[in-house]
Structures are given as C-alpha cells and as structure tokens.
Design a protein around this ligand. Structure first.
Ligand code: SAM
Length: 441
C-alpha cells in the first residue's frame, strides 16, 4: 500500500490491522512494529493506537453497517474493506475527527489503490454513514435489522456469533448479554507497585492522597491499582519513567487479584511457573516475598522478555528456561507448587485484547483443552508429595475451566480443590479470570 497521501495515523493503523488480521500477529506487536518502521510518534501514534484498539473492539458493529449499506461488501479487496470499516469506526466513535477528514483520507486512499469505481462507492457509502450516524449509534437500529436475538447481540456488541452462542449456552441469555456488554468497553489500566523499589512509599502516598476524588480508582492491598487512563495521568504523572525505573509494572487488577485470592505469597517452595510468558505472575510472586521461584515457557521471545523484566524490577536472578511444561520437568528438584497459568481461549480478556475475538475460532478449543489436560497430568506426575497445583485461565468457557478440573480429578482421585476463585460477573467487571488450587490429600 502506497503511503504518500494517507495520513500517518490511518496508514499505520491499516498496516498494523492487516498484519494482525491476515498474518495473525499480536496487535500490540504489529502496532509497535509499524510505528517504529514508519517513524510515527506523538499525537499520530496515539491516534493510530486508538484506531486499532477501538476498531477491533467494534469491528462486528461496523461490519454490520457495511453489510447494511453495501450490496456486496464481500467483493471488496480485504484491505479496502478494512479501510471502509475503519472510516466507519472513526465516524461513529471518534467525535473529535471532522467529517471532511475521514471522507478525504478514505476517498484518496481508495482512488490511489483501487481506482475511481470504488472511490464513487466509498463516497456514496460515507454519505449514508454520516446521514444515519445518530441511528447507527443506537441499539434500535441493530435490533430492527438483525435477524434474531443472537444476531443482535453479535452485531451491537461486536462479538462473533460462536462466542454469543457459547456464552448463552454456558451462562444463560441474561448473563451472556452482560458479558457481551462488558467486553466492548476498554479495560481499565492495571498497575502493580514494586514493594522492593525505593520510590514505593512515595507512589503509594500519591494515590492514597487522591483516592477520595478518583471515583474510578480501585486499590487492592495497597500495591495493586486499577483506574482509567485519565486518572492514571493524575495519579502517576511520571508513569512511563516510573515503569522504566522499575517502580511500577502494568498488570491487570484481575490478574493480580486471582493470585492473591489463591494464596500467592505463602505458597510452598520451590514454585515452578510453567507457563510464565513474559513473567507477569512470576514477578508478582517475587515482589510478594516468594523466594524460590523457577520459570519456563516454550516461547523464547517471552522468556527473553521475562529476563528483562527481572532486571528492570531489580529482582534477584532466578532460573528461567525455554521449555514446554507438558513433556518433562526441566529442573532436578521437584516443585512444591506448580503454577499453571495455562494457554486458553482468552475469552475473559477481550476488552484488553480485542484482536482475540477475530482470530480465535471454535476449532482452536479442542487442542487447547488437550494441552490443558496434559499440563495438569504432567504436573501431578512431577509434583512433590503434599504439593499443590494452581490452575488459572483468563477465559469464559466452562470447558476450559471447571470441566478440565473435573476431568483431572476423575483421573487423579487423590487430589481435591482447596481454594477457588472466579471474577464475579457484575456491571463494572471488564476482565474475567478463573482458578483453583489443587492439593493432594
Ligand atoms: C496465559 S499465558 C501466560 C501469561 C503469564 N503467566 C503472565 O502472567 O504474564 C500462557 C503461556 O503459556 C505458554 N505455553 C504454550 N504452550 C505451552 C506448553 N506446552 N507448556 C508451557 N507453556 C506453554 C505460552 O507461550 C504463553 O506464554
């Protein structure tokens, strides 16, 4: 795609979205890559970020508009279709962008890439979108034009039908609607204060002083904080510098809460964090006083990221290896606690990772279940007698949650559940975690 006349934020967004949707790359990775490659920063980078995340959260709704106003949207070249949808998103959701700006970048891009026929189509389409903007922002439009209740939920809350069906069957229609409504809002910012950092007391003082006037601020045991991005700017004016200096980490409050609820901080050691990724949970454990922690993950980039996290936070070095957890124990000493933060469908974190909605399909679930079973089975094999397995997912899918544990307990009757936690489904929850502690009696 030629960059010459497309404004930088839209150009970066389209490139990153293509990389995410067509090549399956992680959205943040694709966005960072394109911002660096095209030397885009400041306001343009902020707009590109807002476009990518906002569009993916609302992609189902804007696609419904395309289907409504165009006869054969499926015939558009994929990138052209994404450009139509991105312009629709901008019109319906970003109030501050003037009509002429959206119309002109879309028309110029379509003319340059696909010629005058599609440019006329783009112009006529955008006229319809602007004319019907108020109606397109109201649920009635989707209720009236969707074929049935599930198609309405899918269009208005921008959720693939298979997820609507899964949640309706698993949790009932009312809860499915609440979950659908929850995932369409951006997740709040979750922060973790490093208790080992010299600046910790000052940081805590800062947000405790402003707690009363920050309605969206939630604090969990004084070191875990969640708030909107606007509030974070007030509470932590130096956030980027504090992160760089190792005083703060980004981590969702729910991901911290489940560790606390499952007793992290007083788990028997050594602990093996089997699916450690970039080490969000590993670092939490070390910051909360666990000493003998070992971490592994089969993804070398994530393992490298984890080692850098340990350095950034000034944490003591721990054994970290690239390894799968479902085949063998990569250490000599048997662990007393095995943390399985398993690979899962991620349907509980769609508000933060909205690309998952458009990448996952029902076909992905059986291999994930097989891996979850094998990780549990292998953990039981290598666990020290009297030890515990902590099983966590960030998904809303009973087949990956309770059903996996029932299956495991069926095969391993010596184990029982000693702790359990799941995020409550209420109107303020945006992210959902599920977990249990299993101990051998
Ligand atoms: C939910 S993420 C873990 C997030 C991480 N614990 C954190 O808190 O930042 C799941 C991780 O499982 C890893 N994984 C995939 N297959 C695996 C396997 N066979 N054994 C162990 N880990 C695996 C993935 O690479 C991914 O990093």
């Amino acid at each position: 795609m030629a960059a010459s006349r497309t404004p930088p934020a839209r150009f970066v967004a389209l490139q990153a979205l293509q990389q995410t949707l067509q090549q399956g790359n992680d959205l943040q990775f694709a966005l960072d890559f394109q911002l660096r490659r095209l030397h885009v920063s400041g306001k343009d980078a902020n707009l590109a970020t807002e476009l990518c995340y906002g569009y993916l959260r609302n992609k189902g709704r804007v696609a419904f508009c395309l289907e409504h106003f165009l006869q054969k949207p499926g015939k558009l070249p994929p990138l052209c279709r994404t450009a139509f949808e991105l312009a629709t998103y901008e019109t319906l959701f970003l109030e501050r962008i003037p009509e002429f700006a959206t119309r002109s970048w879309l028309a110029n891009l379509v003319r340059q890439q696909w010629g005058s026929g599609l440019t006329r189509l783009a112009t006529a389409y955008m006229t319809n979108i602007f004319k019907n903007k108020a109606a397109l922002n109201a649920s009635e439009f989707y209720q009236k034009n969707a074929s049935d209740a599930r198609a309405f939920l899918s269009a208005f809350y921008s959720l693939p039908l298979w997820i609507v069906d899964l949640w309706t069957e698993a949790y009932g229609p009312e809860t499915a609607q609440r979950l659908a409504a929850a995932q369409i809002h951006p997740a709040p910012l979750g922060l973790r204060i490093n208790p080992l950092h010299a600046g910790k007391d000052e940081l805590v003082r800062q947000y405790v002083a402003l707690e009363a006037e920050s309605a969206d601020l939630e604090i969990l045991d004084s070191l875990s904080v969640s708030c909107s991005r606007e509030t974070a700017r007030r509470l932590f004016p130096e956030l980027s510098a504090d992160i760089k200096a190792g005083a703060i980490s980004r981590q969702s409050l729910e991901s911290q809460r489940i560790l606390k609820e499952l007793g992290a901080g007083s788990w028997g050691e050594p602990i093996w964090d089997v699916c450690a990724g970039r080490g969000g949970k590993t670092c939490y454990l070390l910051e909360r006083g666990q000493k003998q922690v070992r971490a592994s993950d089969p993804n070398p980039f994530r393992v490298h990221g984890l080692s850098r996290e340990l350095e950034r936070l000034g944490l003591p070095p721990i054994p970290v290896v690239v390894a799968r957890g479902d085949v063998r124990l990569p250490w000599q000493k048997k662990p007393a606690t095995i943390l399985l933060d398993v690979p899962c469908s991620g349907l509980g974190v769609l508000s933060r990772k909205s690309d998952i909605k458009w990448k996952r399909t029902p076909k992905d679930i059986p291999p994930l279940i097989a891996l979850q079973d094998q990780l549990l089975r292998q953990s039981a094999e290598v666990l020290r007698p009297g030890g515990r397995i902590v099983y966590i997912t960030c998904t809303l899918n009973p087949a990956e949650n309770q059903a996996r544990i029932d299956h495991f307990l069926g095969e391993h009757p010596g184990f029982s559940i000693t702790k359990r936690y799941e995020t409550q489904i209420n109107d303020s929850a945006r992210e959902f975690f599920w977990g249990v502690v299993l101990e051998k009696g």
